[in-house]
Design a protein around this ligand. Structure first.
Ligand code: AMP
Ligand code: MG
Length: 361
């Protein structure tokens, strides 16, 4: 299976379950009965992998795989900007000052995005859709040169989180600016992970690893009683190497954002898919990736993007003051350096998550 097969819609996968990433820990003959095969497929322009320690009696792997596909289909039908008939696309095309009825799940994700937007002082902004499209990172496809300053300014004038109204009863969205476009790509993968976690738990599965394009959530243990292991990738432009291996003794979600996979280059400049709504341009800093650990993956995913926009200094300070568990990886030429917030370090100190050494490739 090829990862990130569609270059237009890459969502970075800088985390991966270690077996998926390295082909390690495959059943080798003796020991406990092998676990059910992983369930894999494509969604949101990337690959998903679900591993469960065991299946409840009466539930087949095929039936579970079907339920997972159906749930992901529901997420995409609501939130994909790559589908013209999705709720979000209809909203983006629709008129101003008119409530559009949408699913309660979409309202919940929009509210989560708005909250991260406020907490990050606008660095994270789900009304960034037109700007992302203008830079060629949306459904319209990639660019070969930056857009004109006028086009950037025009797209920037469509960004305004306070012009997006959200209503719960009945669930609906309204925009006060006709050009305003919502883009939930920074948070939708994490939401998808959470939806699958809920689905698994409802089916009676308490030991699982859910991975959508490197945004992950684990619960319980692997089939042999050992902890789930996930790899944080070294943010390399080409090739894949593991920077850090985390052993998950605690149920948690981990998501990563970075500038190192989805970008285009023009005249020696690299333009990454994460844009700063305040400047209208792609983020440029020595920060290569940010990983966030949280209870749920929507939060981890949203904050990983928000901190990437904020950069190594302001991002680190905000993450620390908000008590967020974040790992910042910086690139200086060929070398990488890491910086952990106190909350990230505490996970290790408390033994909830362990850095596992000895796995170097
Ligand atoms: P992620 O891979 O989770 O970091 O999300 C990156 C995606 O989020 C991009 O491809 C854009 O669609 C979208 N995005 C880019 N910049 C921002 C931003 N400042 N706030 C919210 N979403 C953004
Ligand atoms: Mg994100």
């Amino acid at each position: 299976m090829s990862t990130f097969s569609d270059p237009r819609i890459y969502l970075p996968g800088s985390l991966a379950s270690i077996p998926a990433l390295l082909g390690l820990f495959l059943a080798t003959g003796c020991g406990p009965a092998p676990p059910p095969a992983p369930i894999q497929g494509n969604t949101m322009g990337t690959v998903y992998t679900i591993r469960v320690a065991s299946l409840p009696a009466g539930l087949s792997l095929a039936a579970l795989a079907r339920d997972i596909e159906t749930e992901l289909e529901r997420v995409n039908a609501a939130m994909s900007t790559y589908r013209e008939d999705s709720e979000i696309s209809r909203f983006n095309r629709g008129p101003a000052d008119t409530w559009l009825r949408v699913s309660p799940e979409l309202v919940a994700v929009v509210m989560a995005g708005q909250a991260i937007g406020e907490a990050s002082q606008g660095a994270f902004n789900i009304t960034v859709g037109k700007l992302v499209r203008t830079w060629g990172f949306g459904p319209a496809g990639q660019r070969e040169a930056p857009p004109s300053p006028a086009a950037i300014q025009n797209a920037q004038s469509a960004i305004k989180a306070s012009a997006l109204q959200v209503r719960l009863e009945p669930p609906a969205l309204l925009k006060e600016l006709p050009d305003l476009e919502i883009d939930l790509s920074a948070i939708a993968k994490g939401h998808g992970v959470d939806r699958l976690a809920t689905l698994l738990e409802a089916a009676g599965i308490d030991n699982y690893l859910v991975d959508i394009g490197g945004d992950l959530r684990t619960r319980g243990r692997r089939h042999d009683g050992t902890v789930w292991r996930i790899g944080i990738e070294r943010p390399l432009i080409s090739g894949r190497q593991v920077q850090q291996v985390l052993g998950m003794s605690q149920d948690a979600a981990v998501a990563t954002s970075g500038d190192y996979r989805n970008f285009f280059e023009a005249d020696g400049e690299r333009y990454a898919h994460i844009v700063d709504p305040r400047t209208g341009t792609p983020v440029t800093s020595k920060l290569s990736s940010v990983s966030v650990i949280a209870d749920d993956c929507t939060t981890a995913d949203g904050w990983a993007t928000a901190l990437t926009v904020m950069g190594p200094e302001a991002g680190y300070e905000l993450a620390t003051s908000q008590g967020l568990a974040a790992l910042f990886i910086r690139r200086d030429g060929e070398t990488f350096s890491e910086r952990m917030t106190p909350a990230f370090r505490e996970h290790f100190a408390a033994g909830q998550i362990a850095i596992q050494t000895g796995i170097t490739q």
